[in-house]
Design a binder for this molecule. Structure first.
Ligand SMILES: [Cu+2]
Length: 112
């Protein structure tokens, strides 16, 4: 009895980890729009090595922790990272280095 309770509780804990790709894409689209509407300079960074929502959360947290970063959107499925930043406080190279330091490969995308 107690054992099955633990199994049920475990399923609830595990559920968010089985992230729905559609939900992730929608969350990224929303975050990317916030980046576009944020003040500051926008840059796109190509990130390699992300394979789940946990990866995009780590990259997002690393970027958000940088002084001068205004908004961040990261999609592990496409490897896209969109950042709005204050050029007086931070440079794109610092953003790329923060991602690399987190354990992923990253490079600036040429301006579209
Ligand atoms: Cu991951």
């Amino acid at each position: 009895m107690l054992r099955s309770l633990f199994i049920v509780a475990g399923l609830f804990v595990a559920a968010p980890a089985l992230a729905c790709p559609m939900a992730d894409a929608a969350a990224f689209a929303k975050a990317a729009e916030a980046v576009q509407q944020a003040a500051g300079t926008k840059v796109s960074i190509a990130v390699q090595g992300m394979h789940c929502g946990d990866c995009s959360s780590k990259v997002t947290a690393a970027l958000q922790g940088i002084d001068g970063v205004e908004a961040v959107a990261v999609d592990y499925q496409t490897g896209a990272a969109e950042v709005a930043y204050d050029p007086a406080k931070v440079s794109p190279d610092v953003l790329v280095k923060a991602i690399v330091d987190t354990g992923y490969q990253a490079e600036l995308k040429p301006k579209a």
